[in-house]
Design a protein around this ligand. Sequence first.
Ligand code: PFF
Length: 509
Amino acid sequence: MRDIWESRTSFVLASIGSAIGLGNIWRFPYVCYANGGGAFLIPYLVALLTAGIPLMILEFSLGHRISRPAPLALGHLKKGFEVLGWFALLVGFGIVTYYAVVMGWCFNYLKFSFNLAWGTDTQAFFFNDFLKLSDSPMQIGGIQWWIALALVLTWVCVIAAIWKGVKTVGKVVYFTVIIPWVILIVLVIRGITLPGAIEGIKFYLTPDFSALLNYQVWLAAYSQVFFSLTIGFGVQITYASFLPEKADVVNNAFLVSFANNATSFIGGFAVFSALGYYSSQSGLPVSEVVQSGPQLAFVTYPTIISMLPIAAPVFGVLFFIMLLTLGIDSAFSLVEAGAASIIDKFKVKRVHANIGFGILALVIGIIYTTRAGLYWLDIVDYFMNNFGLLVVGLIQCFAVGYFYSFDDMKDFLARKAGDRSIFSIPAKIVKLREYANSKSDFSIGVWWDFCVKYLTPVVVGSLFIINVAERIKSAYGGYSRIAEFLGGWVVIILFIAVAVILYKKKEKE
Ligand code: PFF
C-alpha cells in the first residue's frame, strides 16, 4: 500500500514549500533587476502562463494519474521516457548538492548574526575570511571545515524531515512554509519603513522595455520559472503521485504557482527596500549596491543588517532563519522524490534510501566547501538550469503532448486493475487534459494542449539552440574551457549515462 498525503493542505504546502526556496529571495529579485527591471515581469508572466502553469498541471495530472514517482510515471507513456524521469531527478540532485552548501553558509551566517561577526567589510569577510576563495576553479585548495560541518548539519535536517516519507513531510511543511512567510512579512515591513526604501523599490520596478528584445531576458524568464516552481525536477510528479484518488489537480496547480510567484514578488520588496536604504546611507547609487546571487544574501544583506538603527542582530537572525526554512523544504522535496523513485523501482528499504542519498549528496557537496567551491557552484548551477531543467521541460511536453493516449494506458490499467481500481478511467478519456478536468473544480481548455504541444516546445527549444550556440562560441562566465567542460558537459553526460543505467536495471517486483 502506497503512502498518501494526510490532507489536501499537506500536499499543497509541500508543493509550495518545494517551489518557494532560496531562489525566491536571492535569485528572483536579482534576475528581475538584471533583465530589464519592471519589464522583466512581462516575459516572466508569459513564461509562467505558457510554460510554468501548464507544466505544473501536466506534472500534477501525470503523477496523480499513474500514481508512481516521476521515472515510472513517465515510463508509462512510452518505456524509454523513464530515462527522462531519472535524468530529471539527477538534475535536481545536481542542484541540491550545492543548494545544501548554500544552506550550510546560512547556518554559519546565522551564528555570525548574533554579534554581527562579519564586521564592516562584508565583501572581504565573505570572500576572503569565510570562503577563502581561490583565484580560479582549478585551484581547489583545502576544505573549509566550518562550511563542511554545516553541510553535515544541513543533510541531517533534510534527511530527518523525510524520514518516514510523506508522513513526516506532511507535518514538517506546516513549519517550513509558514515560518518564512511570517519572517518575510516582518522584513518587508522593516524594509519599507527605512529611509530611502522607495528609491530601491523604484529601481526594482522601473521597466526597461528594450530588454524585451533580448533573447537572454526570455531565457532568464523561462529558466527562472522552471527553477522556481521546481518543474522539470521530477518532484511535482512524485508529490502528486501520493494524492488520494479524490483530489483537485488544476486548482492546486494554480494555487501553488500563484503562491510561489507572490512570494518572489514580495521578496523583491524586502530586498530592494533594504537596498534603497543602503544606497541612502552610503551615498552610492542603487545600481551599484545591487549584487548577484550569493553576494546579495551574504555580502549586501549583512552590510544592511549592521546599519540598522535598532535590534540589528535580531534581523540578522530572522533573515538567515528565513533562508534556512525556505531552503529546507525545497531540498527535501528533491530527496523525497529521489528516494521514493528508488524505493518504488528497486524495493530498497526507506532507511537505506534516505541514508544512501544523504551520504552521496554530502560527499559530492564537499567540492563546494573547498576554496574553489563558489566557482564550481556557479558553473554547475548554470548548466543544470539551462541544459538540464529546460531540456526536461521540453521533452516532458513532447512526451505528454504526443504519447499520452488511452492505448498506452491499457497495459497500465490491466496491471493495476487489482490494487488501484479507484483509478479506472472511462474509455472516452484519451487525453491528459480530459483526465485533469475530470479531477478538477474548473476545467482547462484547448489552450493547455496548445501550450504543451506547440508553444512551450518551440520557445524552449529555440532558446536551447541559441544557448548551445553561445556556449560553442565562448565558455560560460569567462571560465576556462576545461573548467566549463568538467563542471558542465561532463556532469550532463554523466547524468544521462546514470539515467540510462537506472532505466535498464530490472524492476524488482
Ligand atoms: N524551487 C526552489 C527555489 O526556487 O529555490 C529550487 C529548488 C532547489 C528545488 C533545489 C528543489 C531543490 F532540490
